[in-house]
Structure formats: structure tokens, C-alpha cells
Write a protein that binds this ligand. Structure first.
Ligand code: AMP
Length: 419
């Protein structure tokens, strides 16, 4: 079954075309046929598409064309996928794309697993806009666009970033503010990056040969957005992002945890409106805010190592220290774990940052193997701790699109979804 996976942002659409079915899932041989992104939708858009050849290499197609909206962008993607130019084996018409899987950021308290998109599900996703005003409207644009391009009978599935965390116990998801605000406004921790943390959990148990119920790990997703997830018995039991993706770790441009009193103080001192303070915390903080240079970890490391830049070094220190504290607190909350697992652009590629985080965790039983750590970059998967370490460490490159494609296949076929 060929599944189109879509991830719609405010001015971009990312896609992958994945061939999967039950047999391929069991053998872990589902195939990515094509992938790409359209950026700067709403003006002269940049198109960057690739087809994966049989030998694993790719052929690329790039162009700049005006695309008015998400619907025009998605039409462009589909037209290209089925075109003779793309020449994807077995795909030459709309009918060869069996279903579309959407990444949807917020499912609230009701939408707790992947599901076929019906009018009533669309309504429920719309109801969650309040909780994720920056994200859900973009995801909905993709859903409306597919209806327009494929017609109303298109099979569409929603895969929620919050769903993996629906197993959080109440004592982990409640904030200590008056309970009526939870009742009235659903203010609580939801957590995000759930598709990524779920993939890490699945992949780890496959690699080490464990049943899901025996997986006790801390999954650390470090990309532009960053979050930690305590996974006990294969289920999420706590996670660092909160009602929104602003809470928790230091991120590229987001502050993560701060004293909430800072908001009023900053507003008073700088004369900022509520919206301006939110913008500072979301867009001008984190690695960018501390360093004053960049939100890109590669550039920060270069500044720290090559130019000995004080604030670049400080930004990386604050970043690593916050992660260390979360590891310690989650190990306590979980009564121990067998591994900490790194994923996301920084987690997968930076042995430097991983080394900084792991350094000083020897008392917890983590002993990183220097050579393994240095060698496990650029998409490699494997253990980076020494054999016999009481607490292991692994690198598992995330694959959210694969999870979305598999869930889409299962939902379309009416199969049971693994947790
Ligand atoms: P993501 O959002 O998962 O694509 O991750 C983006 C982040 O990964 C950016 O901060 C990049 O600078 C960072 N990143 C990618 N490659 C490397 C690398 N080799 N070393 C350090 N950071 C990297």
C-alpha cells in the first residue's frame, strides 16, 4: 500500500511516500519511495523533491514556483509523484496512492490514538485549536487540501503527537494550579514528540529483543524542539513538554522551563504585551537567546570549539545541564531505567553534546564508550555505552514518517494499533 505522509507547517509542507503492508512491517522492510518539502508557500515557493532509486541513492528535482496556499502545494506534490518525470515504479495515477497520513500536533484529551479522519474527527481537531493555535490550523489545512485534491472519499488518517503521552498518570500531568482550571479549560501537561518517542521505544525493544512491557528507558529527542520522555513498561509516564511545546528543555529558540513570575516582570520592565513576551520565549530564547548568535547547534559548537566563544559555550552548558537534571529526575520517578536513548538532529549527530550530557552520570551507572560515541553519527544506530554499564546509552535515529505510514495502513485496514 502506498501511503503519502504529510507534515504541514505554517508555510511549508513536508512529505514522504512510503510503501508498507503487514508483511513489510513484520520484516521492517517498508520502503520510502519519495520525499521532499515545499517551503515559503504563499509566495515564490521553493520545491525540493527526491525519488529514492532501487540502490538507495536519490534523484532530486528542484524548482521555484509561485504557490498560493497549502492546497496548491499539495496538488503540486501529488502531480509530481504520479508524473512520468518522477517515474516512481507502480505509481502513475491518483488511485496508486491508497491513503494519506497526517501528523497532527494536538489531539487533546479525547483523540488518544491514530484514527481515520471523518467529519467528526475534523471537528474534534478544530476543537483543539485553542490548545495549539500555532500548529493544529496548519495540520487542518493539509486535511482540507487532500479532500480538495483527491475528493471527499480520500482515505485520511490523523496521527497525533500527543497520543503516546495519554498514559501519563494524573500526578504527572496536573499542574499545581486550582483544579477548576483543569476542569474548565483542560489546562494540563499533554506532551509532544509522541510519534518520535514511540518510534524510539519500538525500535529499542526490537534491537534488544524485549517485550513492550519490559521497556524502561528515557528517550531524549534533541532537534530544533527538544523533549525527554520517561517510558516505563513501554508507556509514556512523564515528559518534559507541557500544555504546549514551550515547557521543559532548552531548545533552539524556546526557553523551556522558567519561573512563571518572569512573564509579568518582563512585561513590566520592557513594556511588552502578553504576545510580545510569548514571542520572546518562543522565538528569541533557548540556544539563540543565551548565545546571541544562532539556534543552530552545529554553528554553536563551531563557535565554542574553534573560537572559544564564551556565550556559545554557556548556551551548550545550560542546554546539557537541563537535560542532565531531567535524566536524574526521571530515573527517580521511574525507579531506574535500562537506557537513555538519543534521537533528533542533535541527538543523532552530535557526539560532542551527547558526551557533555553523559559526562558526570557515572554515579548513575552510565559509562560512555568514547569510540562508539564518536562513530555513531549521521544516521547510524547503536549502543554508545561501554558493555556492562548499569545504565546503557543508545542512539536511535527517529523515523516519525514510518510510524505515521504504518498507523495509516493499519487504520485503513481496520487492524489493531500497537501502543
Ligand atoms: P531537527 O529539528 O531534528 O532537524 O534538528 C535540528 C538541529 O540538529 C539543529 O540545531 C542542528 O544544528 C542540529 N544538528 C544537525 N547536525 C548536527 C551535527 N552534526 N552536530 C550538531 N548539531 C547538529
Amino acid at each position: 500500500m502506498n501511503i503519502l505522509v504529510l507534515n504541514c507547517g505554517s508555510s511549508s509542507v513536508k512529505f514522504q511516500l512510503i510503501n508498507t503492508d503487514q508483511h513489510l512491517i513484520e520484516l521492517n522492510t517498508d520502503k520510502r519511495l519519495a520525499y521532499g518539502v515545499i517551503e515559503r508557500i504563499g509566495g515564490p515557493a521553493l520545491v525540493n523533491f527526491s525519488v529514492v532509486n532501487a540502490d538507495g541513492s536519490s534523484r532530486s528535482h528542484r524548482e521555484a514556483i509561485p504557490l498560493r496556499d497549502h492546497s496548491a502545494a499539495i496538488e503540486k506534490i501529488v502531480q509530481w509523484i504520479i508524473s512520468q518525470e518522477a517515474n516512481i515504479p507502480g505509481i502513475s495515477s491518483y488511485a496508486d496512492i491508497a491513503a494519506v497520513g497526517h501528523r497532527v500536533v494536538h489531539g487533546g484529551e479525547e483523540l488518544t490514538s491514530s484514527m481515520m479522519i471523518t467529519d467528526s474527527v475534523i471537528k474534534q481537531i478544530e476543537d483543539c485549536i485553542d490548545l495549539a493555535p500555532l500548529h493544529n490550523p496548519q495540520n487542518l489545512k493539509g486535511i482540507y487540501a487532500i479532500k480538495k485534491v483527491f475528493g471527499g472519499t480520500a482515505k485520511q488518517v490523523a496521527v497525533f503527537d500527543t497520543a503516546f503521552h495519554h498514559t501519563l498518570p494524573d500526578y504527572a500531568y496536573l499542574y499545581a494550579i486550582p483544579y477548576q482550571f483543569y476542569r474548565r479549560h483542560k489546562i494540563r501537561r499533554y506532551g509532544f514528540h509522541g510519534v518520535s518517542h514511540r518510534y524510539v521505544q519500538y525500535r529499542y525493544r526490537t534491537l534488544v529483543g524485549l517485550e513492550r512491557e519490559s521497556v524502561n528507558v528515557i528517550s531524549i529527542h534533541l532537534g530544533n524542539g527538544c523533549s525527554v520522555c520517561a517510558i516505563k513498561g513501554g508507556r509514556s509516564m512523564d515528559t518534559s513538554m507541557g500544555m504546549t511545546p514551550l515547557e521543559g528543555l532548552v531548545m533552539g529558540t524556546r526557553s523551556g522551563d522558567i519561573d512563571p513570575a518572569i512573564i509579568e516582570h518582563l512585561s513590566h520592565k520592557e513594556g511588552y504585551s502578553q504576545a510580545e513576551v510569548q514571542s520572546v520565549l518562543n522565538k528569541q530564547s533557548g540556544l539563540l537567546g543565551i548565545s546571541g548568535l544562532t539556534n543552530d547547534m552545529r554553528e554553536l559548537i563551531a563557535e565554542a570549539v574553534e573560537n572559544d566563544d564564551r556565550r556559545a559555550k554557556l548556551a551548550i552548558e545550560v542546554f546539557a545541564y537541563r537535560i542532565k537534571k531531567y535524566i536524574g529526575s526521571y530515573l527517580a520517578a521511574m525507579n531506574g531505567a535500562s537506557a537513555i536513548i538519543f534521537t533528533g538532529g542533535i541527538g543523532e549527530n552530535s557526539d560532542y553534546v551527547r558526551g557533555k550530557i553523559a559526562n558526570g552520570l557515572e554515579w548513575l551507572g552510565l559509562h560512555v564508550d568514547f569510540d562508539r560515541n564518536a562513530a555513531t553519527i549521521r544516521g547510524k544506530e547503536g549502543k554508545i555505552s561501554q558493555d556492562g554499564s548499569r545504565l546503557d546509552s543508545w542512539v536511535i535515529p527517529t523515523n516519525e514518517e514510518l510510524m505515521i505510514a504504518r498507523d495509516t495502513f493499519r487504520c485503513v485496514m481496520g487492524l489493531e494499533l500497537p501502543r
